[in-house]
Design a protein around this ligand. Structure first.
Ligand SMILES: O=P(O)(O)OC[C@H]1O[C@@H](O)[C@H](O)[C@@H](O)[C@@H]1O
Length: 247
């Protein structure tokens, strides 16, 4: 029997006409690079301007603090959310300076280390394309195009809506759904016929808020709580790796 290309997709994707993928942590292995750069930048700020309570000076947790406050949000929004969580309501110039310090670190690490795409994601995107289902990459990051390019997967996506585009169009960040809705619009598929794939809490919330047909959460962290959190915030299903969506 000849296996038809569309048979390689799991049944959960059967009725979907387009898929919008978040970039950091879903397509490219860049979430940990962001998290490490944020850690250095936040901890440098906390060391230079120590707040009074020990709880406020706690080191940045690259898992918990990153997922809760920074992941999926724009550079400025993520910095604001983490600092506010430590009780620090700072002038925008100060938040921006911390965010810029993080960006310098991130850019340097990207140049030094390069970037890889997750093989499971690449397999799924190729299977979707063979089945005639267009794919978009969406990201709050202004570096998304460079990340996809360095990982040699930019050409797999029909559309990219990144942080540069979001700023140009004045799109509000996740958990608002505008970034994903713009990607679906450019693919000419309504949200109710499209899927969103996300690893961030704010991202699955954005997928849910946008009325997407399916929100797939990606929890690479094996701790059950990581997957449960995505389900609580709007994911319909959670996988550890996107190759699980191949039959
Ligand atoms: O600073 P950039 O590259 O524009 O990225 C902004 C944010 O983009 C998101 O995709 C990442 O999850 C965050 O970690 C990051 O801070």
């Amino acid at each position: 029997m000849t296996v038809q290309p569309h048979q390689t997709l799991a049944s959960v994707l059967r009725d979907v006409r387009a898929v919008v993928f978040d970039t950091d942590g879903v397509i490219t292995d860049s979430a940990r690079v962001h998290a490490a750069a944020w850690k250095t930048a936040f901890e440098a700020y906390l060391a230079e301007h120590p707040p009074p309570a020990p709880e406020q000076r706690r080191p940045f947790d690259v898992r918990d603090d990153y997922l809760r406050y920074v992941d999926g949000r724009s550079r400025f929004d993520g910095a604001t959310a983490f600092l506010a969580a430590r009780g620090l309501r700072l002038p925008p110039e100060t938040v921006r300076a911390v965010a810029e310090a993080k960006d310098r670190l991130f850019s340097a690490r990207l140049r030094e280390q390069g970037m890889d795409a997750y093989p499971g994601t690449v397999r799924l995107v190729r299977a979707l394309r063979r089945a005639g289902i267009p794919c978009a990459a969406a990201s709050a990051s202004r570096h998304a195009r460079e990340l996809l390019d360095r990982a040699a997967v930019l050409g797999l996506f029909d559309v990219l809506v990144d942080g540069v585009e979001a700023a140009r169009l004045g799109l509000p960040g996740k958990p608002r759904p505008d970034l994903f809705l713009e990607a679906a619009r450019r693919l000419d598929v309504p949200a109710c016929r499209a899927a969103v794939v996300e690893d961030a809490v704010a991202g699955v919330e954005a997928g849910r808020n946008g009325g997407f047909a399916l929100v797939v959460g990606v929890a690479r962290d094996p701790a059950p709580e990581a997957g449960q959190r995505l389900l609580r915030h709007g994911a319909d299903i959670v996988v550890r790796d996107l190759a699980e969506l191949l039959a």
